[in-house]
Write a protein of this length. Structure first.
Length: 327
């Protein structure tokens, strides 16, 4: 579609992520927000007034599905709603950008992946909102790790932290029925996806421990895993920290590749040097539009949700049973 015939979007879910994606849509001539829906009508009204004054605020989700002027939908709803909403949108012939996690059960994820493959054959695009796959830093890190010029990956260490617990009280994220896994299952999903995206190694087994820290869902999770051929992986998910930060260490045979607070580094022979992030940088919405409009490769297809789901379930099972769990 050209800019004279923009892609008409519906946004379902007008909270923080709906507004985030809506900002990118409102700034892109290839897109137009045509309809929005949120069970909290005031949230939908706010999104429209600030980002899309000509969009229609739908009173019900069914009203969204009945529209004939929509080409694509962005789903920013609680995880248990993703499967049925993505399925309905795909059956309507729409392109779909769905927030993570893609679904809550193995059966639903397998089903929606199969539907996504069928949709691709019809020319529809289906993307998961794993934004780190679009960032220059992680794309450069992936290129360097998988180039092989530093030798095989020998170990991986990840430390992730944010004031996540302080933001979830009274929301669906503090409900174990809607957000199984807490911080690990929600924000941690991005980190697990990047492990697969960068290292391209299969997980073998995991041992984990979790703490709820007074919330209804897990807030802190510590993971010790083995990937590939005896590659130890340690990950800390700290959801009650006092700041947002991430440290990524991919220790290869001949160099350490590090991403610390959005800066890439390479370490060799006890020297640490900055590494320029030279891969293209984007976000899910612009990349999604590029895929729809030009046929560019999809960076976060629904298939990427399956290994994340498997590893998440193994971590949760291990933390609750205090045993090593095979993935």
């Amino acid at each position: 579609m050209s800019t004279t015939n923009p892609v008409h979007f519906a946004i379902v879910g007008c909270g923080r992520m709906g507004r985030h994606h809506g900002q990118f849509l409102s700034q892109d001539a290839r897109a137009r927000i045509a309809a929005v829906f949120d069970p909290d009508g005031s949230a939908a009204d706010r999104l429209c007034s600030e980002l899309a004054p000509n969009a229609t605020v739908c009173a019900t989700l069914e009203e969204v599905w009945q529209r004939n002027d929509i080409h694509a939908v962005i789903l920013c709803t609680p995880t248990p709603e993703h499967y049925h909403q993505a399925r309905t949108a795909l059956e309507r012939g729409w392109h779909v950008l769905c927030e993570k996690p893609l679904a809550t059960t193995a059966e639903e994820i397998r089903s929606v992946i199969a539907l996504g493959r069928e949709a691709r054959e019809r020319g529809q695009q289906f993307s998961v909102g794993y934004q780190r796959r679009h960032w220059s830093t992680f794309r450069t890190l992936r290129r360097e790790v998988q180039s092989g010029r530093f030798g095989p990956v020998r170990s991986i260490g990840v430390h992730c932290m944010e004031r996540w617990q302080a933001t979830i009280a009274g929301t669906w994220r503090d409900d174990p029925a809607q957000n199984p896994g807490g911080y690990l299952g929600d924000a941690g999903s991005h980190k697990l996806d990047i492990l697969f995206y960068v290292a391209n190694l299969p997980p073998r087994d995991v041992f984990a421990r979790s703490w709820k820290r007074g919330s209804r869902v897990e807030i802190v999770t510590s993971v010790s895993a083995v990937f590939g051929d005896d590659v130890p992986v340690t990950i800390d998910f700290i959801g009650d920290a006092q700041h947002l930060g991430e440290d990524w260490h991919f220790h290869c045979a001949d160099a350490d590749l590090i991403l610390r607070q959005n800066q890439l580094w390479i370490a060799r022979a006890n020297t640490l040097e900055p590494l320029d992030a030279t891969e293209p940088h984007s976000e899910p919405v612009p990349s999604f539009l590029e895929t729809i409009c030009t046929g560019a490769p999809e960076l976060a297809p629904p298939e990427c949700a399956w290994p994340v789901f498997q590893l998440t379930q193994a971590i949760l099972e291990s933390s609750r049973s205090a045993t090593i769990v095979n993935v």
